[in-house]
Design a protein around this ligand. Structure first.
Ligand SMILES: *[C@@H]1O[C@H](CO)[C@@H](O)[C@H](O)[C@H]1NC(C)=O
Ligand SMILES: *[C@@H]1O[C@H](CO)[C@@H](O)[C@H](O)[C@H]1NC(C)=O
Length: 229
């Protein structure tokens, strides 16, 4: 979603940065926050400041948004969305609620909060994983037969396989065979094992970014503090 993408076609150690034609920054102002301390290039200066929890993150993120927008008032009128991926699916709604509550208490400045955006969020561990069977069926990754057999035999639980229930175990085995080679994060992509020779693996891009972000030149250009740890 950012203005640059990484191309790892020549190997993850020879990756190059390319302009992203579809950058969200073409129509929105986005700020990415490495939170809690320790994420990305962020760090803490005291032992206490390393301590974290979901509620601490929610409070700190709320403080950050308020301070940032107070310091950059030209963004105050823009519709504001709080975004998060993966585990932040649990925390982003809390941050957003805190922003609404701050407005209701009359805290200044008033933030033009409109909602939140989640990508591949964790919301409820059991439901998130359990709903993958139905999702796979809706996306035509598994047949009606496999889907109906799992429904019939597994009593609504497709996560914790009951070995004492061989009919369910068998249905889920057939289901797993169908989705084995597909990326869990994006069904349009293949599941990548390490050192696979597939033409495109999201994991390669992650690895390339990690290598790039740990080079001295990138860290110098990004003005990254070297006092971490
Ligand atoms: C890959 O390497 C070739 C040969 O050095 C170069 O011409 C090409 O631009 C590189 N591609 C990318 C995406 O970096
Ligand atoms: C990176 O590019 C160099 C020069 O083209 C090549 O010798 C090297 O094998 C490449 N590295 C990887 C990991 O592909």
């Amino acid at each position: 979603m950012g203005p640059l993408s990484i191309n790892a076609d020549n190997g993850t150690t020879n990756a190059t940065l390319v302009l992203n034609e579809n950058s969200w920054t073409k129509m929105a102002s986005i700020i990415f926050v490495d939170i809690p301390a320790g994420t990305g290039f962020s760090y803490a200066k005291t032992k206490e400041a390393w301590v974290s929890s979901d509620s601490i993150v929610a409070d700190l993120a709320h403080d950050f948004v308020k301070k940032f927008l107070s310091g950059h008032p030209k963004f105050l009128k823009n519709p504001l969305y709080i975004g998060g991926i993966s585990y932040m699916g649990l925390v982003t709604p809390i941050i957003t609620m805190k922003v609404y509550e701050g407005n209701e208490r009359g805290e200044q400045p008033t933030l033009n909060i409109q909602g939140y955006i989640l990508g591949s969020p964790l919301t409820d561990k059991f439901m998130d994983f359990n709903s993958r069977l139905e999702y796979s069926h809706r996306m035509a990754l598994i047949s009606n037969d496999i889907y109906e057999s799992a429904i019939r035999h597994c009593r609504g639980n497709y996560v914790n396989i009951d070995t004492a229930n061989p009919l369910c175990a068998h249905s889920l085995q057939r289901y797993k065979q169908c989705i084995d080679k597909i990326s869990t994060n994006n069904i349009l992509e293949p599941f990548c094992e390490e050192s696979s020779d597939l033409p495109y693996c999201q994991e390669d891009a992650f690895e390339a970014i990690q290598i790039w972000a740990n080079t001295d030149t990138a860290q110098h250009a990004l003005n990254i503090s070297q006092v971490r740890d």
